[in-house]
Write a protein that binds this ligand. Structure first.
Ligand code: SF4
Length: 486
């Protein structure tokens, strides 16, 4: 079977990493001020992730005739984009989707269908949420629900049919059959992602991981914490599904030896949920001398000093985590437990002193936050030794508990497929804090964090200062030429 694995184009001047936010993708919009817009530009220029579900699909479909097309930097109306798909003469197109650009993706895939006759399979959570409507309107022939590999395995084996767990398709009468999500219990039964046709040199994660070629990995899936704004438990389920440390180390060795990969970003929602497992992995990497740097995303309350020391020795160079609001009642309103501020500050210092750059994420405008508390939390963040901070405005992604609450309380209206087909979804909501105020706080927090004398001095003294300046200059020139929206 001839199959195209597609990371679809994105409207001119926009960008999304479709793997982020549990497969919802991100359309980075940090605010309206010049500083925040430039930060957004740097992030979009530096953060370019492959879609790992497509690389897993390439591994599963190894016995088929597969063409990988990453068109995420092309405009849907660029004739070169559609021509490339037509040349591959696919019978199926398996497309990664996002929430932010689902409308544009569906429109592009309609043109693909007209030009090639190929059937369309959609991966990721945004498409799953709207599966009923998408199938009724004939905008796709199959949609994944749960782990994308489940539906891809059925295609590979020729067993794809409506009603199977993990598969959303229309039956013979055209009626959508919305089967339950399908999850792979033992992730080590999957073949390694096949990166041969991807462009490892084209991806990167600047400034946290500077080495290239770069690839991503999943050493576990699922998150039992169920923070109510978070799409990961919706996409991957709540049960934690870890892989064995030896298999993870094997995959890292394979990436280094077969593809020359020098940096890996683990996309696990909570990498160190099982601290013992990650210590075993770190010891294996140290023992085998795997020549890779890597980054992780985790929770601060799933770290300890010994783990940090082992991770630093094993090659971990970055750790990203959520920074909780200072007040406990706000944390509880988001179903987050958090850790004491002084413990968080100590862990961050330990990571930095072990060569692990820290990057915090703070969500502005989650229910329960007051203006006063927000300011106290933002002030506290500026006392931390954290290298980078990301401030995101709370977004009620469809399927999350926050979305349900926001709709029930009238903070946002329900999003429909027509909203997406008509253009940008209007997801940001006016909840406890008004949207304009949230954006203002985001602008101010970013400017304050990055323009503090202490932060500026730290950047100047950074041994990568000149490399950072070169990158910022290149991006700045693009910004001034108007090549990218910021
Ligand atoms: S701990 Fe992190 S990944 Fe897990 S639900 Fe909360 S925000 Fe999401």
């Amino acid at each position: 079977m001839r199959i195209v694995l597609l990371n679809p184009p994105v409207p001119k001047g926009r960008f999304t990493n479709r793997d982020l936010m549990g497969g919802m993708g991100i359309d980075d919009d940090f605010g309206v001020g010049l500083g925040p817009r430039f930060v957004a530009l740097l992030k979009n220029e530096g953060t370019r992730l492959p879609v790992i579900a497509l690389a897993y699909a390439a591994g599963i479909l190894a016995s088929h005739d597969v063409t990988v097309l990453d068109q995420s930097r092309l405009d849907p109306h660029d004739p070169a984009a559609l021509d490339a798909v037509v040349r591959a003469r696919p019978e199926w197109v398996i497309a990664a989707t996002s929430f932010a650009f689902l409308g544009a993706e569906l429109r592009y895939l309609e043109r693909v269908r007209e030009a090639t006759g190929a059937k369309r399979m959609l991966l990721h959570q945004g498409a799953t949420f709207f599966a009923d409507d998408i199938l009724k309107r004939g905008l796709a022939e199959a949609i994944s629900a749960g782990d994308p590999e489940v539906i891809v395995q059925h295609l590979a084996k020729g067993s794809l049919a409506p009603g199977l767990d993990g598969v959303r398709m229309a039956d013979d009468t055209g009626r959508p059959v919305l089967a339950v999500n399908g999850f792979i219990a033992d992730l080590d039964t999957l073949p390694f992602p096949a990166w041969e046709q991807f462009m490892p040199e084209g991806y990167g994660y600047f400034p946290l991981l500077k080495q290239k070629p770069f690839a991503t990995m999943l050493s576990s899936r699922g998150c039992p914490y169920l923070c109510h704004f978070c799409p990961y438990p919706i996409a991957q389920g709540a049960p934690f599904r870890p892989r064995r440390p030896e298999r993870v180390a094997d995959e890292m060795e394979m990436l280094a030896s077969r593809h020359g990969v020098r940096a890996v970003l683990f996309r696990d929602p909570t990498f160190s949920l099982d601290i013992g497992r990650v210590k075993a992995l770190a010891r294996a990497l140290i023992e085998r001398r795997v020549p890779l740097q890597f980054g992780i995303e985790t929770r601060l309350d799933r770290m300890d000093d010994e783990l940090i020391e082992l991770l630093g020795r094993a090659g971990c160079r970055s750790a990203e985590f959520g920074v909780d609001p200072i007040d406990e009642h706000t944390r509880l309103a988001s179903h987050r437990r958090g850790i004491k501020p002084e413990r968080a500050a100590a862990l961050i210092r330990t990571m930095e002193s072990n060569g692990i750059a820290t990057a915090g994420l703070f969500v502005i405008g989650t229910p329960g936050q007051s203006d006063d508390e927000m300011h106290r939390t933002l002030d506290w963040i500026e006392t931390l030794d954290v290298s980078y901070m990301n401030y995101e405005v709370a977004t009620p992604f469809p399927g999350t508990a926050l979305y349900t609450e926001a709709v029930q309380k009238g903070w946002t209206r329900p999003i429909t497929l027509d909203d997406l087909l008509d253009g940008d979804p209007k997801l940001a909501f006016n909840g406890v804090i008004d949207l304009a105020r949230m954006k203002e706080l985001q602008d101010r927090a970013l400017s304050r964090f990055y323009l503090r004398p202490r932060k500026v001095a730290r950047e100047v003294l950074n041994r990568d200062f000149f490399e950072n300046v070169r990158f910022m200059t290149r991006s700045g020139i693009k910004f001034l030429r108007g090549e990218r929206k910021a």
